[in-house]
Design a protein around this ligand. Structure first.
Ligand code: RFL
Ligand code: PHB
Length: 393
């Protein structure tokens, strides 16, 4: 058996684990990251696309923002489209100059992996049989098989950054965690298409046929979503059917949707989920391992980054100043902001989607709320300040 030792063992090389690794390195704290998949898989997995104002600044600060600033698209607003008309929410004027950056999550992953490997910091791909032990002691251990060899990684702390389906959250003994959950009665069918975006900004559309979203990845690639049944089969969605649905849901005078070859197609279920607390002993959960939001508010990756910012500061206080109080406060500090992002994601989802048991009253109420949000400076400000990202502290 191979034996390794580090200060912080990180399970999972998603945005949470990778960015945590970089922040710890900057603070002079050693970490080893173990990842179940291979490098190509994590670098090609299409997921989130919107980076909050502060999160882009954090990546700059870590020296990871060069390509994001060069190739990412700075967005100063979004459009809410309903009843056949578009209404713009302007971020800078409502938030004191803030914006978001449209840049694929997998591009962030590529940038951080490249920086980590170039610096020679440990990142082990294709580990299997990962388990965590001794989390209630001062010497927790991550065990896994890497390149055919059983490996034991001794740590001071374990960061569970292994996503919603990982092994860290289930390693916490029964009775410790309380889970808060909501499953929505729909999913999103998402496509990536080789076509220039039809609009300069994202369009969130309410329609009689259900929600649609027009997003993008670059000046030549669009990312589009339509609300669909939660258990729908992607095989039921021919390209023609998808384009037809997108045309109908996004219709507005003077708008034309650009089509192009469909490069990728998938269905995502929608849920809200939080566990409390996010720490047990020396295991600290971060990102999707501890919480999931429906994608309507574009918050998932940003929440993962916020968690690891709080966590890295707490670990820095522990190693540099011998203080444990920031680690003790980790869960509460994160959860206060997480619940606000949960509320916002639930609200955007409830505002824009067609729920199967909606009555005509509910649909009228949604339209009234959309009208209010796009005509009241107070309501538009509430949307804008949540969308660009609430303060971290
Ligand atoms: P991740 O990205 O799931 O990474 C977890 C990593 O852990 C690995 N892993 C293991 N490694 C070793 N041993 C094990 N036993 C392991 N089990 C798992 C996994 O292979 C993986 O590499 O979690 P992290 O880092 O917490 O990041 C969270 C984000 O990925 C997620 O919240 C976002 O993608 C959500 N999301 C969005 N977030 C945004 O901020 N803005 C958006 O615009 C946005 N749009 C989206 C989204 C998610 C979507 N899908 C597909 C769920 C749009 C969609 C369609
Ligand atoms: C995306 O571009 O994938 C995207 C954008 C905004 C969202 C969700 C996903 O709210």
């Amino acid at each position: 058996m191979r034996k390794l030792r580090t200060q912080v063992g990180i399970v999972g090389a998603g945005p949470a684990g990778l960015v945590l690794g970089e922040m710890l390195a900057r603070a002079g704290i050693e970490a080893v990251i173990v990842e179940r998949h291979d490098r190509a898989y994590i670098e090609e997995r299409i997921r989130a696309g919107v980076i909050e104002h502060w999160a882009a600044a954090l990546l700059d600060e870590l020296g990871l923002g060069a390509r994001l600033r060069r190739e990412g698209l700075a967005h100063h607003g979004i459009e809410l489209r309903f009843a056949g008309r578009g209404h713009r929410i302007d971020f800078p004027s409502l938030t004191g100059g803030k914006e978001v950056v449209v840049y694929g999550q997998h591009e962030v992953v590529k940038d951080v992996v490249a920086a980590r490997l170039a610096a020679g910091r440990p990142l082990l791909f294709e580990v299997s049989e990962t388990r965590v032990e001794g989390i209630e002691t001062d010497h927790p251990v991550i065990r896994f098989v890497h390149e055919g060899e059983e490996t034991e990684l001794s740590c001071d702390f374990i960061a569970g950054c292994d996503g919603f389906h990982g092994i860290c959250r289930p390693a916490i003994p029964a009775g410790v965690l309380t889970a808060y959950d909501r499953i929505y009665p729909f999913g999103w069918l998402g496509i990536l298409a080789e076509a220039p975006p039809s609009s300069e900004e994202l369009i969130y559309a309410w329609s009689e046929r259900g929600f649609a979203l027009a997003s993008m990845r670059s000046p030549t690639i669009t990312r589009l979503y339509v609300q669909c049944p939660p258990d729908d089969d992607v095989a039921q969605w021919s390209d023609d059917r998808i384009w037809d649905e997108l045309h109908r849901r996004l219709a507005a005078p003077g708008f034309s949707l650009t089509e192009g070859p469909v490069l990728q197609k998938s269905i995502t279920a929608m849920r809200s989920f939080v566990v409390e607390p996010m720490r047990h002993g020396r295991l600290l959960l971060a990102g999707d391992a501890a919480h999931i939001v429906p994608p309507t508010g574009a918050k998932g990756m940003n929440l993962a980054l916020a968690d690891v910012l709080v966590l890295s500061r707490a670990l820095e206080a522990f190693y540099r100043d011998g203080r444990s109080d920031p680690l003790d406060a980790y869960s509460d500090t994160c959860l206060r902001r997480i619940w606000k992002a949960q509320r916002f994601s639930w609200w955007m989802t409830s505002l824009l989607h067609l729920f199967e048991d909606d009555s005509p009253f509910d649909r009228r109420r949604q339209l009234a709320e959309l009208d209010y949000v796009t005509s009241s400076a107070a309501a538009a400000t509430a949307l804008a300040e949540n969308y660009v990202g609430l303060p971290i502290d």
